[in-house]
Design a protein around this ligand. Structure first.
Ligand code: VGL
Ligand code: ZN
Length: 181
């Protein structure tokens, strides 16, 4: 049973430069994440990838009065993964209901149950965006009782100041910042 899981958060085309809701330099962490996926896989860890998987009329879109441009509409090119995932990766789709926002991979999904069922104790998190979906996922991982690590070299934020603030918040919530470098 894998004691560890790598959780790759929202590494999707729309969050990369040129996409609908780009994270600046978000593409720079793609090779690092691909490397982490290989390393964790070699150790026998569970690989999880979350994805923003919105219906076309999602509440978070500006057209619906929300804060964001239309992004990661389920089944579109913009919602595709940009990292190399193994066949047996667990894919978690979130924010799939029109009237519910979900930044965290644990929100409205069965991620916690899957991790428990597989015997996972430690969760390593990477991906985008640090101050939104990565932060919310890491906080929920702690709340669900997992030993939680953030792969510092493999996350990217939308705004550097918000990202710094998010990292502080995560540290005080008990998330371990893990620098592989
Ligand atoms: C995200 C804004 C809207 C994220 C998702 O993945 O961080 N941010 N939807
Ligand atoms: Zn979204």
């Amino acid at each position: 049973m894998p004691e560890e899981a790598l959780v790759v958060v929202d590494m999707q085309r729309d969050f990369m430069p040129g996409g609908a809701l780009p994270v600046p330099e978000g593409d720079r962490i793609i090779p690092r994440i691909n490397r982490h996926i290989e390393e964790f896989r070699t150790k026998g860890a569970l690989i999880v990838a979350t994805r923003d998987w919105h219906p076309p009329n999602h509440i978070s879109f500006k057209e619906q009065g929300g804060p964001w441009p239309k992004h990661c509409v389920r089944g579109t090119e913009g919602a595709e993964f940009v990292v190399k995932l193994p066949e047996d990766a667990v894919i978690i789709s979130k924010a799939t209901e029109p009237d519910k926002e979900a930044y965290s991979g644990f929100e409205g999904t069965n991620l916690a149950e899957i991790l428990r069922e597989k015997g996972v104790k430690r969760v390593y998190i990477c991906g985008v965006a640090t101050e939104y979906c990565v932060k919310a996922t890491a906080l929920d991982a702690v709340k669900n009782g997992f030993e939680t690590y953030l792969l510092r070299d493999a996350v990217k934020g939308i705004n550097p100041r918000d990202e710094e603030r998010a990292l502080k918040e995560l540290r005080s919530a008990g998330v371990n910042l893990f620098s592989a470098l």
